[in-house]
Unconditional design. Structure first.
Length: 436
């Protein structure tokens, strides 16, 4: 373990556990570094992060909560830590042990585990009477078939402890369930979890509820939930649930919708969430909102960045302030529409030669275009590729939803992707990348 620290003592010290990919998370660290001294717990020496942090500790792993807690106590003894923040799904539980050890906000591992374990989430919300799909945890195909018969087809198969819709699939009948069960049960996140679920039932069989699916990024202080951004999902590659895009309206009427606000508050109360930034997903059904899941972290897929562009409310600063027990600034500075679209190749096992956007074809309204896949990468579309099959994305910011759609269509048309398949031949249409 190596450590460096340089603070002037005039700003709160925030401990951040891991950073994630620079492409998707740098904007958070950039914002936080303007107001806080940031100490980073990481498994490697920081590189791009150094511009935004005051110190760091290199650890063998950031998945071991008890070990990180010991390192945090040593740091805290030298320079008091005001808060702990983590936005990586696989590490939020470990980070909660650090907060608990230092007596800080969001320091309740049981609560965070209740969010990570979707089976526990369902049980807590069912006991509180919160509207949600019927759900049964299972461990075998036979148990899943029996649960589906009780619930009624079609049903959703979902891993109990993953995010980003990994392993989620809709099945229409018993044959489809039997064929897809291994896909769901075998799905894995990017990191091994050293704290396996204490249940032998790793798969959930859930009632299919239909409507528009949204996500709500919110801050929670002393148990009170304040929604900041609502993203309306674009889902593709049925029967799988790949999230191919999101649209944020800075003045979304759902931000003041009584039924959604009540469901959001009741959900957090039932789960025992007191102080946090959360990312909740709801299906807006004909009978009202139904809770799909709650994540105890900032949303992924650049959704908080869309919220920043749409409202001016800074998610990095707001999350850091909540972690330190400070009041976040949640008042919007402006209202507009923002959206993101992710792009994929058409065929499995494609080796990327190049990914680029033709800048002269990008219209006003395209705020950002990013090539994710690097030359030599082998990528596939869902279901094999899922989130890691994304080769690029584009972000638009305009005065209307249709304006965002048009800007993203133009960005897609300007995307030039080249590569080959295993046979060495060019992929169809030189990899006709698409985003839906």
């Amino acid at each position: 373990m190596r450590e460096a620290q340089s603070t002037d003592g005039n700003r709160p010290l925030l401990l951040v556990v891991a950073t994630g990919m620079r492409t998707y998370r740098e904007y958070l660290l950039r914002s936080i570094g303007r107001e806080f001294d940031v100490h980073l717990f990481h498994v490697d020496e920081p590189t791009w992060e150094r511009e935004y942090i005051s110190g760091w500790t290199v650890l063998p792993t950031t998945l071991d909560g008890a070990a990180m807690a010991e390192a945090a106590r040593a740091l805290h003894a030298a320079t008091p830590v005001a808060g702990v923040l983590c936005w990586d799904e696989g590490r939020i539980h470990a980070a909660s042990y650090v907060a608990e050890a230092l007596g800080l906000r969001n320091g309740d591992p049981d609560v965070v585990w209740r969010l990570r374990d979707k089976g526990q989430t369902r049980a807590a919300l069912d006991a509180a009477g919160v509207a949600q799909p019927r759900s049964t945890p299972v461990s075998t195909v036979e148990e899943a078939l029996a649960a589906a018969d009780r619930i009624g087809y079609p049903v959703i198969l979902k891993p109990r402890g993953l995010g980003a819709s990994l392993g989620v699939v809709r099945v229409e009948d018993a044959a489809g369930l039997t064929a897809n069960f291994a896909f769901t049960a075998g799905s894995q996140g990017p990191d091994p979890d050293p704290l396996p679920f204490s249940t032998p039932h790793p798969v959930l069989v859930e009632e299919l509820v239909t409507g528009e699916e949204i996500s709500v990024d919110a801050v929670v202080q002393d148990g009170k939930v304040t929604p900041l951004f609502i993203a309306r999902k674009v889902v593709g590659y049925p029967p799988y649930a790949e999230e191919t895009g999101h649209l944020v309206d800075g003045d979304d009427p759902l931000l003041t919708d009584p039924r959604l606000l009540d469901a959001l508050q009741d959900t957090h109360t039932a789960l025992g969430v007191k102080d946090a930034w959360t990312h909740s997903e709801f299906m807006l059904t004909a009978d009202g909102p139904r809770l799909i899941e709650v994540n105890g972290r900032l949303g992924g897929d650049m959704i908080p960045y869309l919220g920043l562009l749409a409202t001016g409310t800074d998610p990095g600063l707001a999350a850091a302030r909540v972690a330190c027990g400070l009041t976040p600034d949640t008042a919007p500075a402006h209202r507009r529409f923002t959206a993101i679209r992710f792009f994929y190749v058409d065929q499995d096992d494609t080796t990327i030669t190049s990914v680029a956007f033709r800048d002269d074809q990008l219209p006003e309204g395209v705020e950002q275009v990013v090539a994710v896949a690097r030359p030599g990468a082998v990528v596939s579309p869902p279901p094999k590729g899922t989130v890691w099959g994304r080769i690029a994305f584009a972000i638009a910011a305009t005065s209307s939803a249709t304006g965002c759609q048009a800007a993203l269509d133009a960005a897609e048309a300007a995307l030039d992707v080249r590569g080959t398949q295993d046979s060495g031949t060019p992929a169809r249409d030189e990899l006709n990348a698409h985003g839906d």
